[in-house]
Structures are given as structure tokens and as C-alpha cells.
Design a binder for this molecule. Structure first.
Ligand code: ZN
Ligand code: ZN
Length: 384
């Protein structure tokens, strides 16, 4: 278990018990403490933020290489680092990405079954429900999380499985279509994204190299693929706040030419956006193209969660940076050069930003130049 907070101790204990009952041989917890991060930012030497404890990587690799299941629990204060020096925050994050890259390769390559869930915590809940007392806000956020994950239905497991089947049917349809490109139009957006021949659309269920079928995110509402890293042209505007490691970036407008970002603006925290794009060569290219209907329960809730696990599932989104090899047919067998040669993007980062709305139309462009409706006004425009 990664990212566990002391505030969610009861949940962590319940999960550990359930894991042992399900046959786990060892359940290990890597605890996270927001306050310790803030103390470091307040008191550590300014030139020490590019230092990283190597054992963290070694520990994570030990499990990943064995194919051990990993559960990450998100729920930190979305603005934890908002008042810190953006320069330091940038160094802190890029150091973490860089040092943990070998482990992240295992995650994106599905070496093991992994999952990200969310647990309500007071600081986060206060951002979602700013007018409530922290304790009440946390209780309300728990209730909301249960709704989004369909836990409030009579048979949550059956409801969840039906949801996964529906998502997979969308993915199958789109994979068979093998569109050459997608064209997005919405206020502030006119963007064409190339799709390489052989791309495949994935959704809620994947097969890990350890042989276990798994769902990587709960909740999940997306059907997604990789783009051709050399073919993105036009302008796209974000429709929701991007929370990047505790810094909220708003009003993103990005222009692409030949697959690369050539201009990027944001109405809030533009410097943080520029830093993301400058991380490395692949950070200026698109790694993920995800479709989410505007009527998804998360979108319908009308809430802004300031947490990517929820907000990305409320909206069509794109990710700058690393593409997933499983989004290319046979991709898990390709080495990095082969993957790049078919248009797969590589980067230390993978940052999702939200672009969907009820005003968005998306066409699939066929290889012989026809346009077919994929989404109209934010909703699926085909039946499976
Ligand atoms: Zn996504
Ligand atoms: Zn993503």
C-alpha cells in the first residue's frame, strides 16, 4: 500500500485484513505524512531538494519486480505546496519523477496489478466543500466517493462489473475503427490528434504481466489510447483545474504543431505549467488521449475535486508526457526505441489535463478521409 495517511488508518487496517483474507502473504504499508513535507519545505537547506533517499526506489522495485500487487491511496491536501517557492517545488517533483522512473516503468508497463483509490481527508474535503466544518466535509466527501464508485447501490460489485463491461464495449468499437485521427471542436478548442495504426483503446480492465486482470483506477469512467507523438495540431483549452502535486493550474491554453507544444499559457500558475512542459523532450508531446462522457456521475455531481483521480474522470482529457505501451497492439513487447518508432511518446512525466465539456464535439477521421461522429455535445455519438 502506498501513500497511506495516518488520517485513514482505519481504512488501511481494514484493507490489510481483507488482503490477508484474500490470500496475501505479506501486506506492507508505506505511510505518507503531509506535515513532514511541509516541515522539509520550511527548514531544509534550499539546495537539498534534488536529494532523494535511494532506498525508496529499491523498496518499490523489490515488489514490482516480483509482480506484487500495489494499492495507492490518494487524498492529500490539493494545495499542500501552494505557498511554497515554485522553483523548489519544481526541483522536488522532477527529482522524484527522475529517481522513481524505473519503478514507474513497471507501473505503466503493467508488471503487476495496481490500483489507485481515494480516501477522504479533512484538508482535501475542505477544498471540495469549503463552507462545511472539516469533519462534516470529510463525512460528506466519503459519501460522495461511495456514490462515484457505485458503492451505494444494492449490489456494488455487480454494478461495478456492468459499468466495466460498458466501458470495454466502447473501447472495442473504437479499437476496431482504427481512426487515423480525432478532431476536437469546442469553445477555445480546435485540435486534431493523429492516432498511429495499431493503437488500441483501453478502459477499466487490463491484464498485468503477472497474469492478474485488474482495474487501475477506482473510480474510472475513461476509455483511452495513445496518440502519434508527431501528429498533434491546433489549440486546446482546459475546462477544469489541474492539480499538479499541490499547485493548482487554471485556464490552460496550449497550441500544438507537429505533435509538440509550441505555445502554452495559463491564467493561474503558468510558471508551473511551463516547468511541466520543460521537464524533458517528451513532456511537450501527448501521451494519452482519453474520452469521458459529460454525463459521467463525477461530471454530474458538478463538484470540482481538485484530485486528478476524480476530475480526470469527469471529463475528456489529454496527458502530456509518457504514453502507455499497452495502448499499442503488442506494445508491451517493444523496447523504448521500437515504441518511439511507432509514435509512442516517452517522458519522465505523465500529466493529465481536462478538456471536455457539454460543448465538445469529436469526430473520428477515417484513413480514407471521412469524418464520423464519436462524441456530440460531450456525449457518445455511437452505439455498441
Ligand atoms: Zn486518463
Ligand atoms: Zn493519464
Amino acid at each position: 500500500m502506498r501513500g497511506a495517511s495516518f488520517e485513514n488508518q482505519a481504512l488501511v487496517h481494514a484493507i490489510a485484513e481483507a488482503a490477508y483474507k484474500a490470500g496475501a502473504r505479506l501486506v506492507e504499508v508505506s505511510w505518507m505524512d503531509d506535515q513532514m513535507e511541509l516541515i522539509r519545505f520550511a527548514h531544509a537547506p534550499r539546495d537539498s531538494f534534488d536529494e532523494f533517499p535511494k532506498w525508496r526506489l529499491a523498496g518499490a522495485l523489490e515488489y514490482a519486480e516480483r509482480g506484487d500487487a500495489t494499492l495507492s491511496i490518494s487524498g492529500a491536501d490539493p494545495e499542500l505546496l501552494a505557498r511554497q517557492d515554485p522553483e523548489l517545488v519544481g526541483v522536488y517533483h522532477s527529482t522524484m519523477w527522475k529517481e522513481m522512473a524505473p519503478y514507474l516503468n513497471h507501473v505503466t508497463g503493467n508488471s503487476m496489478n495496481w490500483c489507485v483509490i481515494a480516501a477522504a481527508r479533512q484538508a482535501w474535503a475542505k477544498k471540495v466543500f469549503p463552507n462545511m466544518q472539516p469533519e462534516k466535509a470529510a463525512a460528506k466527501l466519503w459519501k460522495t466517493i461511495f456514490q462515484m464508485c457505485r458503492v451505494n447501490t444494492e449490489d456494488p460489485v455487480a454494478a461495478w462489473q456492468e459499468h466495466i463491461r460498458n466501458l470495454q464495449a466502447r473501447g472495442k468499437y473504437l479499437s476496431q475503427k482504427q481512426y487515423a485521427a480525432l478532431r476536437y471542436t469546442a469553445p477555445g478548442t480546435d485540435l486534431t490528434l493523429g492516432l498511429p495504426p495499431g493503437h488500441c483503446w483501453a478502459s477499466a480492465r487490463e491484464l498485468a504481466k503477472n497474469g492478474v486482470e485488474f482495474t487501475a483506477n477506482i473510480p474510472t469512467e475513461e476509455t483511452f489510447t495513445m496518440g502519434d507523438r508527431n501528429r498533434a495540431d491546433g489549440i486546446v483549452s482546459s475546462t477544469k483545474t489541474l492539480n499538479h502535486g499541490g499547485v493548482l493550474i487554471e485556464g490552460i491554453v496550449v497550441r500544438f504543431e507537429n505533435g509538440r507544444v509550441v505555445e502554452a499559457r495559463a491564467s493561474r500558475n503558468e510558471a508551473a505549467l511551463q516547468k511541466i512542459i520543460a521537464t524533458d523532450d517528451g513532456a511537450a508531446c501527448i501521451g494519452e488521449i482519453a474520452l469521458v462522457p459529460n454525463s459521467s456521475p463525477i461530471s454530474k455531481s458538478g463538484l470540482v475535486f481538485h484530485n486528478t483521480l476524480f476530475d480526470e474522470n469527469a471529463s475528456c482529457h489529454l496527458a502530456l508526457g509518457r504514453a502507455y505501451k499497452f495502448n499499442y497492439s503488442g506494445g508491451l513487447e517493444l523496447n523504448d526505441e521500437e515504441f518511439a518508432a511507432v509514435g509512442g511518446n516517452q517522458s519522465l512525466i505523465h500529466v493529465d489535463f481536462m478538456i471536455g465539456s457539454g460543448a465538445m464535439d469529436i469526430d473520428g477521421l477515417t484513413r480514407d478521409g471521412r469524418a464520423e461522429p464519436v462524441m456530440r455535445q460531450g456525449e457518445w455519438a455511437f452505439t455498441t
